[in-house]
Write a protein that binds this ligand. Structure first.
Ligand SMILES: *Cc1c(COP(=O)(O)O)cnc(C)c1O
Length: 376
């Protein structure tokens, strides 16, 4: 096998990404468009490469958070539609046109502003409108009558999508999602009655797809997490997931040095670990500056020579120490697995997140650019 010449790297499986996409595709069926969410550099997987893989698999829509992310995809030659979900500022209007990006608007003021801009450019621009149905974040709280007026007045805009976003779609113990769906239906039905209906209606991220909440699919869904191989654990009595996905990313780091230390040795900054017996330790070429959470100090694990072994002491900026007493064959240059599997042992981003007191999304997005992405 060819040696990967990096001290730490993330191996992303194109095949897994494609398979996860098809799992979503097949679950929702041909009548539902899938907008692949590749924001935040595709949750750390690399948005350009992931989008290329998905475009080759037939993806027609991508969704990003900001204009810059959309520009990056266009400049890389991605030709599909790109929805910019959370970035409407006056200074980026020109880029929306130049790079054929489709904005999500969150206020009727933005709608009027974009219309004036489109008129000044003598062009017509598509947009999606987000309504706040109870998440209390982005999205307009205006009523249907007001929205319909603004849309009818916008002579240089095309009302292409109506959307909302759920706050707690994996939580089956509370009615928030039902309430949001009811609030959405009320606005969208009224808009229809007032004669404005968009091409796409969408509200589902991974969870409502995974748990088969068909009423939330309409004719477009916006999966992110699932594409990378994750479904959130449900709270309460959730239906069995309809998606079959598996993690696409494995994170590795090489051993810089190994050594035997006597009982009583203190390991790393602050001396927060004390060897209770003679031990063999390995120092890894990865640290919190690579995105390995400092909160895993003295509590996280990695997979070394097929075994789960503990992280010893504080995680440093650039190095991390582990206990390899039970895997003495390991040497400097060998790689260990931070995320992924070796044989039957595995650590996924959800498990790492639980240990670090965060969520899998944060773990994946937190893998820094210094960690080289390798596509396999
Ligand atoms: C991030 C995001 C998604 C994707 O969410 P996942 O839980 O990763 O599937 C969908 N829609 C919006 C508006 C988002 O911000």
């Amino acid at each position: 096998m060819q040696v990967v010449p990096f001290r730490t790297w993330a191996e992303v499986s194109r095949e897994r990404i494609a398979a996860n996409f098809h799992s979503v595709r097949n679950a929702v069926g041909p009548a539902v468009e899938v907008a692949a969410v590749v924001k935040a550099d595709a949750y750390g997987h690399g948005s350009v490469e992931v989008s290329r893989v998905l475009a080759a698999q037939g993806a027609k829509w991508f969704a990003v958070s900001c204009v810059d992310e959309g520009v990056t995809l266009r400049e890389a030659g991605i030709d599909a539609r790109i929805l910019v979900m959370a970035d409407y500022f006056a200074y980026s209007r020109a880029a929306l046109v130049e790079y054929r990006l489709t904005p999500v608007l969150h206020t009727l003021g933005d709608l009027r502003d974009l219309d004036a801009f489109a008129r000044s450019r003598n062009t017509s621009l598509p947009f999606h409108l987000k309504i706040d149905t109870g998440m209390g974040r982005l999205g307009t709280l205006s009523g249907a009558a007001e929205i319909a007026c603004a849309i009818k007045d916008a002579s240089h805009l095309k009302f292409e999508g109506l959307m909302t976003h759920f706050a707690s779609s994996a939580d089956y113990t509370r009615p928030q999602t039902e309430n949001q769906m009811a609030a959405f239906a009320k606005v969208s039905d009224s808009l229809c009655a007032l004669g404005v209906s968009p091409t796409y209606v969408h509200m589902a991220s991974t969870n409502p797809i995974a748990f088969g909440r068909r009423e939330a699919w309409h004719n477009m869904v916006r999966p992110g997490h699932a594409l990378y191989g994750y479904l959130s654990p449900a709270r309460g009595a959730a239906p069995h997931p309809v998606l079959q996905v598996s993690p696409a990313l494995q994170w590795k780091a090489r051993i810089l040095a190994t050594k035997d230390v006597p009982a009583g040795s203190l390991i790393g900054y602050g001396g927060i670990y004390c060897a209770s017996r003679p031990m063999r330790i390995a120092v890894l070429g990865v640290g919190y500056a690579d995105g390995l959470s400092h909160r895993l100090s003295n509590r996280g694990h990695v997979i070394a020579a097929g075994r789960l072994v503990p992280i010893l002491g504080a995680i440093s900026m650039d190095v991390t120490t582990i206990d390899i007493t039970n895997c003495p064959s390991l040497q400097a240059g060998d790689a260990v697995t931070l995320l992924g599997s070796e044989g039957t042992v595995s650590i996924n981003a959800q498990q790492m997140a639980r240990m670090a007191g965060t969520i899998s999304y944060d773990v994946l997005c937190g893998i820094r650019t210094r960690v080289k992405r390798v596509y396999v």
